[in-house]
Design a protein around this ligand. Structure first.
Ligand SMILES: [Zn+2]
Length: 442
């Protein structure tokens, strides 16, 4: 049995597919949770618990939660009722303290569950458990080898390049916090949105954001989302803190196969990977399949591609100012572990450095960072267009062709065609290969 614990605070985060409610408690608690229909409610009974003060209210709403009520159901059972906007399936667990928070009871509500029926489950597991007892069934899909489509000359069958953009942290995990209380999760979301807007404008490219608001998603889920969209590139955006306040400049990381290439990389990787235990819950940290695949040779090609695009990105960031290191760094960040998607992590700046913290809040600087990133992406895919994408269109010059005929045929401007191929004159050599610039409507 657990000692009496107080419920102190509640926090709520609404993600597109679930709502997370987090209660801070003064100690570990066991609880019982069940659903009630008409109106849809979730009831949480906690033996041995009370509110930390009688006037205390645990107020929060958003997502699937209309309101929260708490009252002493009997002298030694605290009853918390979540009034829902619609039926939802709960999953609940206890989290042990970590650097940032103390004991927590976490309730995740999923709306795609079966219609709520009275269902009781006990998720005590307080003693040592970071692992939720009621794990949702998880399907592990084998990573596909990079099966890209065949090159084709028909514009109708060409696909857009998909750029997965991953703003680090979110929700209960603020990431690093600057001296002026700037939160990493906010600035990286803002930079990510700016980058997504730039990708959107780029012909032949489409952005996918792994999170679109202030909520947490697991590190593996971020990878899964990129894979579900068949991403050609994965960019995780961060702005971390380092113990040395003088540390400054941007860094670009790719996955290390063995260990990290610097102490800083090791420290940052440890912290980022711990995020799942801070803001979220690592449901799948034992994903051996992925780990094995990492050893596969196919990873080598992905890593080479990651290095290449990271090098372009670092070059662009250097134009913005000093970078922290002159070379691409390597570390064991979980989000970089896609075996088949070139992946990089950009530390835009150190939020622990007061000058950089101020710059990170500045909209113009955020825009410049996003612009540096899109330039790096554009450079890379200009040189390495994946077959079957609109950026990979080519035309082999035949006898009698003129540049303007080709421009008309592909509905691109003569100027774009010249510029895209770096042509100094309009004289064409038969048999030469021209790259066709992507257009918004092709
Ligand atoms: Zn971070």
């Amino acid at each position: 049995m657990f000692a009496a614990a107080d419920f102190e605070r509640v926090r709520l985060w609404a993600a597109p597919d679930h709502t997370r409610v987090v209660f801070d408690t003064t100690g570990p608690v066991s609880h019982e949770i069940f659903t009630l229909p008409d109106p849809a409610r979730i009831v949480i009974d906690v033996p041995g618990a009370k509110l930390s003060s009688p006037q205390q209210s645990l107020t929060a709403s958003g997502g699937l939660v209309k309101s929260i009520r708490a009252a002493q159901n009997s002298p030694d059972v605290l009853r918390i009722v979540l009034d829902l906007t619609r039926h939802a399936k709960p999953r609940s667990f206890h989290l042990a303290p970590n650097g940032q928070y103390g004991h927590r009871v976490v309730i995740d509500l999923y709306e795609d569950g079966p219609a709520a029926s009275t269902q009781a489950n006990t998720a005590g597991n307080a003693a040592g458990g970071k692992t939720p007892r009621n794990r949702a069934a998880k399907t592990v899909t084998a990573p596909q080898p990079a099966a890209r489509q065949q090159a084709t000359t028909s514009p109708d069958e060409l696909r857009d390049l998909v750029i997965a953009i991953d703003p680090g942290h979110g929700g209960d995990d603020p990431g690093a916090i600057g001296r002026n209380k700037t939160r990493e999760k906010d600035v990286v979301l803002s930079i990510a949105r700016r980058l997504a807007a730039l990708v959107e404008k780029e012909p032949g490219m489409r952005p996918v954001l792994t999170r679109e608001g202030d909520y947490y998603i697991g590190l593996r889920q971020r990878i899964d989302k990129a894979r579900a969209h068949k991403a050609d590139l994965f960019i995780s955006i961060h702005a971390d803190a380092f113990k040395d306040h003088r540390a400054n400049g941007s860094s670009v990381f790719v996955l290390s196969r063995r260990g990290a290439s610097s102490e800083m990389a090791r420290v940052l990787a440890a912290r980022e990977n711990a995020a799942d235990l801070v803001g979220g819950v690592s449901l799948d940290d034992k994903d051996d399949l992925l780990r094995e695949v990492l050893l596969d040779l196919s990873q080598t090609a992905t890593l080479e591609a990651s290095f290449s695009v990271a090098g372009n990105m670092l070059g662009e960031l250097q134009r913005l100012g000093k970078t922290h290191k002159k070379t691409v760094q390597q570390a064991g960040f979980v989000v970089l572990k896609s075996p088949d998607i070139p992946s990089l992590l950009v530390e835009t700046a150190f939020i622990s450095n007061p000058t950089e913290e101020n710059r990170l809040r500045d909209a113009r600087h955020q825009q410049r960072l996003a612009q540096a990133m899109i330039s790096g992406i554009r450079d890379y895919f200009g040189k390495h267009p994946p077959p079957g994408t609109r950026v990979a269109r080519q035309y082999v010059v035949k006898s009698g062709d003129t540049l303007s005929d080709i421009a008309v045929q592909f509905r691109v401007s003569l100027n774009d065609l010249r510029g895209y191929n770096g042509l100094k004159s309009d004289t064409l050599r038969v048999g030469a290969t021209l790259r066709i610039p992507p257009t918004q409507d092709s």
